[in-house]
Write a protein that binds this ligand. Structure first.
Ligand code: NAP
Length: 524
């Protein structure tokens, strides 16, 4: 019998009524579950989280919330194998891809657990140093960070059902906010199982976690001014959500993580056969094929000095040719199907768009015949990098990337990278400090993260496609303008910064100060 996924609201499991959406196995197209939110009282769900979960979390110290995160991480880890299987069944993930998602979730929770432990037995964080405001230090100013009194509503994309839930929840819980999480409906099985695991393990106070498996319905029409909306998904949906009248009128805090045309730039000093060269090739191939290219951080634009273009293309073509595309459960499979029928359609249409200004140098621009939603890696080469437009504007969310030649100068590479108008990450491969410095200065303001690839860091590098908990994830412009993670910075979305002005003796004694290393200011 097909499984019906339930919603977890008001502290109980509740199936949706009315028409349910089909959730499928991308390897076969077969329906594996159904889900919906019909009949869920969204206003009541939010009120329960606000009134029951909020006070319980706020009553805990950072150290206690850290314990909670660690317990959540362990509980999820105990069900790792089952979650990896679901990642294959409902997401088309190879085992490696599913690990990337699930281990990313438990790892991020564990890192934030450690941060909580370091903050210790306090509930209010100072933000920076105190300042003298009057003629004498008697009038003293100090900024502090307090948890907002609302719900953290998390609307996630289909590609990371485990990590997307956990990376957002880790920051919200540690800040002291209850979470209402809404995974993308098409791949919600993993998220639903995680919530079930956490509820059954009783690691969270009542109201700290709610789940919607299906459409958001009128959820956002009930948000209040102390609530927070953190959204990950397409730029179009992000625009729709952030421009909702209710959110604008009540100044609901909104964070958007959206499209991104991430770049990799190979500098002219990197010789074929060198370690930095090998890292560059490895990173490009990983990003094109991991999770079938459905990663917001994947390299979409590959900038190479014109003199090296043939060498790079030849090596990438050889490496991509060795990747076996097939069912996620087969051991020999290096890349599984894309997640949904509409993803497949979008990838085919996206490559056709790119082909108006680029030639395919590897792979087929057509979908593979079914069953299943298979689309092999496609490498393109722009005919004229200077005049190309689509490649800088249209994100093909699949195993697709485009080579673009530049003249070997940092200025030219930077000008091309900036045409993406804001991305999550760019990687620069070079052993030259001057080249790297020029790139950092010239493209930094268009990015949330710059990955500096070199021989020295290569053995330790997880690649630019991995969003790490201690560095920020997000980007300006097209990437949505949001920011998540980054250690304690990730909490600031959920905190209100308040300036205290008063007698120094009073201001300084109001709250115990955490150890200096733990009290890193969260700049927002
Ligand atoms: P999407 O279609 O925009 O959906 C994202 C989420 O928004 C889903 O949970 C979806 O729910 C929900 N949603 C859609 N319409 C809504 C509405 N009117 N009200 C409330 N919620 C609504 O994106 P996707 O196809 O899942 O993900 C692919 C995109 O996400 C790509 O463009 C990729 O670049 C981007 N992405 C960005 C990041 C990042 O961190 N920057 C990470 C991953 C993905 P339903 O599924 O129920 O429709």
């Amino acid at each position: 019998m097909t499984q019906i996924l339930e919603n977890y609201v008001g502290g109980r499991w509740q199936p949706g009524t009315g028409r349910l959406a089909d959730l499928c196995d991308p390897a076969t197209g077969e329906v594996v579950a159904r889900a919906g939110t019909g009949g869920v009282d969204m206003k009541a769900a939010l009120a329960y989280a606000r009134d029951v979960g909020g006070p319980a979390l706020r009553a805990m110290t950072f150290a206690q919330r850290g314990d909670l995160l660690l317990a959540a991480s362990k509980a999820i880890f105990a069900h790792r194998d089952a979650l990896l299987e679901l990642g294959a069944r409902n997401g088309g993930n190879t085992r490696k891809d599913a690990k990337f998602d699930v281990d990313g979730a438990t790892g991020t929770l564990a890192v934030y657990a450690e941060l909580g432990k370091r903050l210790g037995d306090t509930t209010v964080l100072p933000d920076g140093e105190g300042v003298q405001l009057g003629r004498t230090p008697r009038l003293w100013g100090q900024h502090v960070l307090l948890p907002r009194r609302g719900v953290a509503v998390h609307v996630n994309a289909f590609n990371f059902p485990a990590w997307g839930l956990a990376e957002k929840a880790a920051c919200a819980w540690l800040a002291g906010l209850p979470v209402l999480t809404k995974p993308a409906t098409a791949t919600a099985m993993v998220a639903e199982r995680i919530v079930r695991v956490l509820v059954d393990a009783k690691v969270l106070p009542a109201g700290a976690l709610s789940l919607l498996c299906g459409s958001a319905g009128d959820l956002l029409d009930h948000l209040e001014s102390q609530d927070v909306l953190a959204f990950t998904g397409s730029a179009d949906t992000g625009y729709l959500l952030r421009s909702k009248e209710r959110l604008l009128r009540r100044s609901v805090r909104v964070n958007v993580e959206a499209d991104s045309l991430n770049s990799a730039v190979l500098a002219p000093d990197v010789e074929p056969g060198s370690e930095a060269w090998a890292l560059f090739v490895r990173d490009v191939v990983t990003d094109m094929t991991q999770k079938a290219g459905q990663k917001c951080t994947a390299i979409r634009r590959i900038f190479v000095p014109a003199a090296r273009l043939q060498d790079v293309q030849a090596e990438l073509v050889e490496r991509l040719g060795a990747v076996k595309v097939g069912p996620p459960g087969d051991e020999a499979t290096g890349m599984g199907p894309v997640a949904t029928a509409s993803q497949l359609e979008d990838a085919v249409a996206g490559v056709a768009k790119l082909m108006t200004e680029a030639d395919v140098v590897f792979g087929s621009p057509q979908a593979r015949p079914g069953p299943g939603w298979y689309f092999g890696p496609v490498l393109l080469r722009a005919r004229d990098a200077a005049t190309a437009r689509v490649v800088h504007e249209h994100e093909v969310f699949g195993p697709v990337s485009t080579l673009l030649a530049y003249d070997g100068t940092a200025a030219a590479a930077a000008a091309l990278v900036r045409k993406g108008e804001g991305s999550l990450v760019a990687s620069v491969y070079s052993e030259s400090r001057d080249f790297v410095r020029d790139m950092v200065v010239e493209i930094g303001p268009w990015h949330g993260r710059l990955y500096l690839g070199s021989a020295a860091m290569a053995p330790l590098s997880p690649g630019p496609g991995t969003a790490l908990p201690l560095t920020v994830h997000g980007g300006p412009g097209r990437a949505g303008g949001g920011e998540e993670l980054g250690g304690l910075r990730g909490l600031s979305l959920y905190q209100q910064r308040v300036a205290l002005e008063g007698d120094r003796a009073l201001v300084e004694k109001l709250f115990p100060t955490p150890a200096p290393a733990a009290a890193t200011p969260s700049a927002r």
